[in-house]
Ligand binder design. Structure first.
Ligand code: G3P
Length: 522
């Protein structure tokens, strides 16, 4: 029986929904609540969220989760926040009201600004300092767009009246009743304004992008005290003890704390992250380097007498930690296409049975380059192809090829990452830990292990993003003594071991690469 003060509340604010999960100290889910988040599409290529809907929905799920768990807020030791990254919120410091809808990470409106930065020859400096490639995905050019395009905002920003934040900052601001404007290193590392070596905002990049420093949040280690919640919101003042962007939180929740440990999240797309420890490893394959979660010492000692918490300012005690990151644009989305585009299945859950009704894909190869191909191919003009069709091909073969395409793309990504890391003498990956909706598909996981030639490991708790945020909060609030304790808590539900010989796997990857070339022929 857990002690009443050992519960941790994770707020997981994602692109399509806001969720809150109560964990006990063993990492077991006690209760969960979820609300959908409406998407706003003002014009093609633009994606927005209403920040007040984000906040209200998130708060409602936190209250619901506590009620379902039968807990009072005072039973919870600390809150952890994890969030959709890069999404850019700008609000008025006095009123706490947003001055525009949030510009979501998927939004492409800032591409012309990115083209200007590339033309100015900024790529090398940006990659050296931030680990990123210049892209409208990251927050910097979204923020610049707001200051340039929305009348009055630049003057207000320069007068110090506005606050910028990614979604974590916005939630921290609201949760603390406007007392704290902060973010963590993982979220800061997705802005394209943050020097990941010095763990600090970069004045030269701010000047180059014409962004006033007065807008920016204070940056802290991911596991550190960010502030206490306004007691009126949840019924007690709760410390916010952990914050991380969702992909880095998932890496942490998978107990990937050391160089060479990697996780892949199988969602609409796939996000693959490999921890590289204290090594900043630039890629020659178009992958990005990002800050992994960083820890400050626990908040013990003098300070908040009730909880033994000491307010932590700055980054003292947190060593920079890095990960390489790459993403597959169309992962689980290929199953949605089978359902909605091809109408081959009625629901996503049917795909495994249909794919398993044939022994293999019968030579069919699908490259779901619906929106071009990302790392390691980087071909925006590539389009989806299905090759190897014969008179005997059935829809089952196509379904199987669709599932396999998720594994092929992830394998190509991991192999590019491994090449980068191994070329620099870093540790190679011994197993791939998996999470996200499609990781329940055994056929896909087995095929992934076959291609990679290493075990693919599915954890007992697949809510690893929220678990990572809870772990971060639990470390800083003293529920856990250290990461060794977390590694011991992390449990595998199933290990998928490779069954193909390396020769067979390499031949399969060669067929995939051949199909990719066909998809990229103009
Ligand atoms: O970088 C974007 C990523 O953080 C979004 O994740 O799970 O909200 O789609 P998700």
């Amino acid at each position: 029986m857990a002690s009443p003060t050992d519960y941790l509340l994770a707020l997981d604010q994602g692109t399509s929904s806001s969720r809150s999960i109560v964990f006990d100290r063993s990492g077991r889910i006690v209760a969960m609540a979820q609300r959908e988040l409406p998407q706003i599409y003002p014009q093609p290529g633009w994606v927005e969220h209403d920040p007040m809907e984000i906040w209200r929905g998130q708060l409602a799920t936190a209250r619901d989760a506590l009620a379902k768990a039968g807990l009072k807020a005072s039973d919870v030791r600390a809150i952890g926040i994890t969030n959709q990254r890069e999404t850019t919120v700008l609000w008025n410091r006095r009123t706490g009201q947003p001055v525009h809808h949030a510009i979501v990470w998927q939004d492409r409106r800032a591409e012309p600004l990115c083209a200007e930065l590339r033309a100015q020859g900024m790529q090398a400096e940006i990659q050296r300092k931030t680990g990123l490639v210049i892209d409208a995905y990251f927050s910097a050019t979204k923020l610049r767009w707001l200051l340039d395009e929305v009348p009055g905002l630049r003057a207000q920003a320069e007068a110090g009246e506005l606050a910028f934040g990614t979604v974590d900052s916005w939630l921290i601001w609201q949760l603390t009743g406007g007392r704290v404007h902060a973010t963590d290193v993982t979220n800061a590392s997705r802005t394209m304004l943050f020097d990941v070596h010095r763990n600090a905002w970069d004045d030269e990049l701010l000047a180059a992008l014409d962004i006033p420093a007065a807008l920016l949040p204070h940056v802290q280690p991911s596991s550190s005290l960010f502030g206490e919640t306004d007691p009126a919101l949840l019924g007690a003042a709760l410390p916010i003890g952990g914050v991380a962007g969702d992909q880095q939180a998932a890496l942490f929740g998978q107990a990937c704390f050391d160089a060479g440990m990697a996780k892949n999240t199988y969602g609409t797309g796939c996000f693959l992250l490999m921890h590289t420890g204290e090594r900043f490893q630039p890629s020659s394959n178009g992958l990005v380097v990002t800050s992994a979660a960083q820890l400050a010492p626990p908040f013990t000692g003098p300070g908040n007498a009730r909880r033994g918490i000491q307010v932590q300012n700055g980054l003292t005690g947190a060593a920079p930690q890095y990960a390489m990151e790459g993403s597959v644009f169309v992962g689980g989305a290929v199953v949605q296409w089978l359902r909605d585009g091809l109408q081959a299945i009625k629901g996503s859950a049917e795909v495994q049975a249909l794919a398993e009704s044939v022994p293999d894909a019968g030579g069919v190869m699908m490259v779901p380059a619906f929106t071009g191909l990302g790392a390691p191919y980087w071909n925006a003009d590539a389009r989806g192809t299905i090759t190897g069709l014969t008179r005997g091909t059935t829809v089952a073969h196509i379904a199987r090829a669709a599932l396999e395409s998720i594994a092929y793309q992830s394998a190509a990504l991991l192999s590019a990452m491994s090449r980068d890391v191994e070329a620099a003498g870093g540790a190679s990956v011994a197993e791939l830990r998996v999470d996200g909706g499609a990781c329940v598909n055994d056929l896909l996981m087995q095929f992934q292990a076959d291609l990679l030639g290493i075990p693919v490991v599915r954890p007992a708790v697949v809510e690893t993003t929220a678990l990572g945020a809870a772990f971060l909060a639990g470390l800083s609030s003293g529920v856990y003594a250290g990461t060794d304790e977390l590694s011991a808590l992390w449990k595998a539900e199933r290990r998928f071991l490779p069954t193909l010989s390396r020769t067979q796997a390499e031949a399969a990857m060669a067929r995939w690469e051949h199909a990719v070339r066909q998809a990229t022929v103009a």
